[in-house]
Design a protein around this ligand. Structure first.
Ligand SMILES: CC(C)(COP(=O)(O)OP(=O)(O)OC[C@H]1O[C@@H](n2cnc3c(N)ncnc32)[C@H](O)[C@@H]1OP(=O)(O)O)[C@@H](O)C(=O)NCCC(=O)NCCS
Length: 166
């Protein structure tokens, strides 16, 4: 497995790979290009035998960061790609970033296990944040990871980045 940085020029294949990972929520190539052109946004792809099979994207502002997306192609899961991408994303953040947030659907068991094993802890809930087919509402769990001096250390969960939920 090889991890490579990604940029706006990769938007076309990133959109295809992301669509395979998230068939219910594909992001078009122009959205990828726009995101990767924004300040503080950075990501990586994981290659197997030279082919991209996984991706991760994050954004940082001052001392906080957010995992925007992480996905592995369906036929390539449970071999460590997701964890490798998450570890890479966390390790690549600038040293001043102390807290990393993300949202995960309450019914997404594989992703919750990945984040829990990597040291993320529950920091809140956004009620009805996701809509499934048929209009079914699913909560988002807000998770948080605390870094110390740019290293990967879990610890006390601070106050959420923002608390818009009731
Ligand atoms: C979540 C996802 C990225 C995990 O990628 P992956 O490459 O399969 O994960 P890894 O092989 O690195 O697994 C790391 C750990 O995550 C957990 N995990 C991953 N898939 C799991 C599953 N299906 N069931 C339970 N735990 C799982 C395990 O703890 C695993 O460690 P282990 O294999 O030593 O038990 C992948 O399932 C995926 O792309 N899902 C669709 C997109 C998605 O939901 N992304 C997250 C949005 S918040």
């Amino acid at each position: 497995m090889t991890i490579v940085e990604i940029g706006p020029a990769d938007a076309g294949w990133l959109a295809l790979l992301h669509g395979a990972c998230f068939p219910e929520d594909p992001w078009p190539a122009d959205a990828w290009a726009a995101l990767l052109g924004q300040p503080g946004v950075a990501g990586a792809a994981l290659l197997r035998a030279g082919e991209p099979v996984g991706l991760a994207l994050g954004r940082h502002v001052a001392d906080e960061a957010e995992v925007l997306t992480i996905g592995v192609a369906p036929g390539q899961r449970r071999i460590g790609a997701g964890r490798a991408l998450l570890d890479h994303l966390l390790a690549s953040l600038p040293g001043q970033v102390s807290t990393v947030f993300l949202e995960v659907a309450a019914d997404n068991v594989p992703a919750q296990a990945l984040y829990a094993n990597a040291g993320f802890r529950r920091a809140g809930t956004r009620r009805g944040y996701y809509r499934r087919a048929g209009g079914v509402a699913v909560d988002a769990l807000l998770l948080c990871f605390v870094r110390a001096n740019g290293s990967s250390r879990t610890g006390e969960v601070p106050a959420p980045l923002r608390a818009p939920w009731p």
